[in-house]
Design a protein around this ligand. Structure first.
Ligand SMILES: [Cu+2]
Length: 132
């Protein structure tokens, strides 16, 4: 439990790309499942907040176009941030522990990333200024 470090990490991740705030996504790990709130997200910087809600240690790894990284081992009840920038494509999100036996048991999730410029009501670009 190190709240100061968590706060520092959040500040750092939010300043990664000017003009494009990192999207914060909570991912929950249990036996043996990787719960991701959305199967499809828009490209851009992300901060995954990876929570271990299971009964044994887990970790999370992201593999896809331009990304090949993961968290440290996460103790039961703990959370670890993972900052990644996702490009359009298909990513695999999985637990790499126990020689991938957790993954084989079901701890894997496919995350589809679509182009950021696809029109979306929730992430509409700034309106043009009148008169410009
Ligand atoms: Cu695991």
């Amino acid at each position: 439990m190190k709240p100061i470090l968590v706060a520092a990490a959040l500040v750092a991740s939010s300043s990664v790309a000017s003009g494009q705030a990192a999207q914060s996504v909570v991912i929950t790990l249990t036996e043996f499942k990787v719960a991701v709130p959305k199967d499809t997200v828009k490209a851009g910087p992300f901060t995954f907040r990876v929570k271990n809600a299971g009964l044994m240690n887990h970790a999370m790894y992201v593999r896809g176009p331009g990304v090949d990284k993961g968290t440290r081992d996460i103790q039961v009840g703990q959370e670890s941030p993972l900052a990644v920038t996702l490009k359009p494509g298909t990513y695999e999100v999985f637990c790499p522990l126990s020689d991938l036996s957790h993954k084989a048991a079901g701890m894997t999730h496919t995350l589809v990333v679509t182009a950021a410029d696809t029109p979306a009501p929730a992430a509409a670009p700034a309106k043009k200024k009148p008169g410009s």
